[in-house]
Design a protein around this ligand. Structure first.
Ligand code: NAP
Length: 291
């Protein structure tokens, strides 16, 4: 970076995942600006380490121009399952280019070339816009987030069942998003990960049966793996997704049912310079919170 302590714009800073990038950047001395849609969330963002908030929206070009003005780097994660996700990413990259931003980190998805999944395919034009720019980029390809399990945790504790709507034997690579956040922060505060596209996965490809065993060991009582229908799972999970978003998500789970999800920990280990966080330790943390 040009500055020792760069100014970084974080998109999604009030969210579950980009929110984890904020403390990693703050720890490295970056000055942080956030694009925030809801003014009511500004105080919470400032409490987490954001020093400047621009009230705006990825769909509002003027607010993007204001948000990128004077920053050295941008962290971007696309809103989940949005129909215009590609256009939003491209518009932000254009604003960054116009403003002379040097570094852009895009939290994409593992296997964006799986175009049968629209939410994967929608990342491709955003990546292409970076490859076809003079920005210094780092593109992150994380597999399934371990933090998804946290959303299900209260129900796991209550029912003793860990349910996802695909076979309990399907092998799905997972990653702790805190590790992804750390890689993003390294990329935004040093040149070590310049022009890298990185698959990010923890070690192994655990089935839900294996995860339920980890949960049983951590809690000291049996947890079993459930196999609900997609409809029953979506109703219980209460994500607040529209029918269109749920249709996209059901395709992801159909893919997991047929093929699982591949992922290799090699690049995450190299990017972090340490062992990635494990699913066992993630489950143990959840269990300790429940105790
Ligand atoms: N879950 C997984 O296992 C997984 C795996 C790989 C990749 N991914 C990808 O990760 C992303 C996850 O997204 P998420 O939404 O769940 O993440 P999130 O970190 O919870 O972020 C959503 C954030 O984006 C903000 N946002 C949404 N629409 C916006 C807009 N129009 N303008 C400005 N900000 C906006 C939200 O703001 P508000 O606070 O105002 O709502 C929120 O802070 C998706 O792109 C998905 O494809 C997920």
């Amino acid at each position: 970076m040009t500055a020792t302590y760069p100014t970084v714009l974080v998109i999604g800073a009030t969210g579950r995942f980009a929110g984890l990038v904020v403390p990693e950047l703050a720890r490295r001395g970056a000055r942080l600006r956030a694009l925030i849609r809801d003014p009511a969330k500004v105080d919470a963002a400032q409490g987490s380490g954001i020093s400047e908030a621009v009230i705006g929206d990825l769909r509002n070009r003027e607010s993007l121009d204001e948000a990128v003005r004077g920053v050295d780097g941008v962290f971007h994660i696309g809103p989940a399952l949005a129909p215009d996700e590609a256009a939003l990413g491209i518009t932000l990259i254009e604003a960054a280019r116009r403003a002379g931003v040097r570094k852009f980190v895009f939290s994409s998805v593992a296997q964006p070339t799986n175009t049968r999944l629209k939410n994967h395919a929608s990342k491709i034009p955003v990546e292409d816009a970076l490859y076809s720019s003079t920005l210094d980029y780092t593109i992150l390809h994380p597999v399934n987030f371990m933090q998804n399990i946290a959303s299900a945790w209260p129900s796991i504790i209550e029912t003793g069942v860990f349910s996802e709507p695909f076979p309990k034997t399907a092998k799905v690579a997972r990653v702790d998003y805190r590790d992804v956040a750390e890689v993003a922060a390294i990329a935004l505060t040093s040149d070590r990960l310049s022009y890298a596209t990185l698959e990010l996965a923890a070690e192994g490809r655990p089935s839900r049966e294996e995860i339920a065993t980890l949960m049983s060991e951590a809690l000291g009582r049996p947890i079993v793996a459930g196999e609900p229908s997609f409809e029953a799972w979506a109703k219980a999970a209460r994500h607040g997704y529209s029918d269109r978003q749920l249709a996209l998500l059901s395709k992801v789970h159909e893919h997991y049912a047929l093929y699982g999800l591949g992922g290799n920990s090699l690049t995450l280990r190299a990017a972090l310079g340490r062992e990635p966080r494990t699913l066992r330790s993630y489950v143990e943390e959840l269990a300790q919170q429940a105790a």
